[in-house]
Design a protein around this ligand. Sequence first.
Ligand code: GFB
Length: 333
Amino acid sequence: MREIPLDARIYVAGHRGLVGSALVRRLRREGFTRLLTATRAELDLRRPADVERWFARERPEYVLVAAGTVGGIQANASRPAEFLHDNLAIHSSVLHAAFLHPVERLLYFGSSCIYPRECPQPIREESLLTGPLEPTNAPYAVAKIAGVTLCRAYREQYGCDFVAVMPTNLYGPNDDFDPESAHVLPALMHRLHRARRSGRRRVAVWGTGTPRRELMHVDDLADASLFLMRHYEGASHVNVGTGEDLSIRELAERVRDCVAPEVELAFDATKPDGAPRKLLDVSLLRGLGWRARIGLTEGIASTYAWYLAHEGSSRRRVATASAARGGVLQGAA
Ligand code: GFB
């Protein structure tokens, strides 16, 4: 095990997003005292010279790269240039700055969409670059594959300790709940909540309901990340998931049962299904001794409690306004 001193300087890039905010919560709970963060107004991660100056000044010892332009199936399909450009620019500038101003270890967060559309399931780490990508998110996936490849290349050429983490579909506090740009779980939570408030009896669910997804609470990802920082010594990227999936229909029913049990679900097959299935093989991580702990029913209930407590707060408005401007939403997955 690698000791990380509690006063180590740890930079969480994308600290306001779903993943970054979970990392900050987890690191604080662990007792780390010197967390470094920068808002987009303070540091635009797409600008390499600014990022290099920031690294020279702040001298982080550990870096967690959870910043990026992210969104659900529709946001990906409608903003492909932004998803490709912003993520390529952010990942290359942060990783290069961490090479120029050496860090002890860097964790880069990818996404399960890097794997081929028709991948054997569950998806093993070795399946990367073995077939064509899912078209609805190919530009985002290409940017994430570039990030994984950057980690590998800097490790091989310069000996940088850059580790790529591949989380499955995530949900939890500080997610984007705007139904136009969000991922499936927060989008349905928001729509069902609205329906309950307004007394509507039917809510639309995109697609056929047959695709299968693996959903993990972001606090489990944060826990796995700290575990990997301390225990992982391999060079390969590492899948992080629960090891279980369910259909979108089943997921929608679970969210409905929590938020608005009286509402009927209406599947809208004119909307895209995306990948037929994405279930990660998590045997590498389990072999090291880590397992996800937060069950889906419990995770949906706690996320809805968070949503209710923050209803009307700025996060959803910020997400919507930023997407409309073509701005960077800080987050990952
Ligand atoms: O969460 P989602 O956008 O992620 O969609 P992906 C998952 C499935 O849920 C798809 C269906 O089959 C959608 O058609 N779905 C049903 C909905 N209702 C809704 C809804 O209201 N909103 C959304 N968004 N979906 C994303 C990628 O793909 O996953 C990203 O586009 C990233 O690049 C992320 O990799 C993890 O799993 O399809």
